[in-house]
Design a protein around this ligand. Structure first.
Ligand SMILES: [Zn+2]
Length: 146
């Protein structure tokens, strides 16, 4: 068996109809939304419905800050919720409140006061807090008295 790889064969394969339809589609203006970047506050054109950042760098900066801050809070919160005596003795609730105050101070200083958290009534919140949305949808039916 042999294959004909001459230029004529190649041209025939690449000039098929779907390619020209695709080219026609690409000439249409792309749909976009005018937004303010959550990280820097600058105005930009989002080319995706949920686009919230002017650049991938700012998306990473936003998410990394949330990840670092959230990971520090997680263990403290779990102790406050499930080891209340220890949490009270160590003052962990007070510590978490002081940490939040420090982070808010950093937001004021470094972000011109822009919030570093998502509004709770936006579609973005559903994307950023998927587990919270799942728990809300689940209701409290899974909780049973022991
Ligand atoms: Zn930005």
């Amino acid at each position: 068996m042999s294959f004909d790889l001459s230029p004529a064969t190649t041209v025939a394969l690449t000039s098929a109809e779907p390619r020209s339809a695709s080219a026609a589609r690409s000439n249409r203006p792309r749909k976009s939304w005018k937004r303010a970047c959550l990280e820097c506050g600058d105005s930009f054109q989002a080319f995706q419905r949920h686009g919230q950042f002017c650049s991938s760098t700012h998306r990473k900066d936003w998410n990394n800050r949330r990840m670092v801050r959230g990971s520090e809070l997680y263990d403290l919160f779990m102790i406050c919720r499930h080891e209340r005596g220890l949490a009270k003795a160590k003052g962990y609730w007070n510590l978490m409140c002081r940490m939040a105050a420090e982070w808010r101070f950093e937001d004021e200083r470094d972000r011109a006061g822009r919030k570093s958290w998502v509004a709770d009534d936006t579609a973005l919140a559903d994307r950023c807090l998927p587990y919270a949305a799942t728990v809300i949808d689940r209701g409290f039916l899974h909780l049973r008295k022991k």
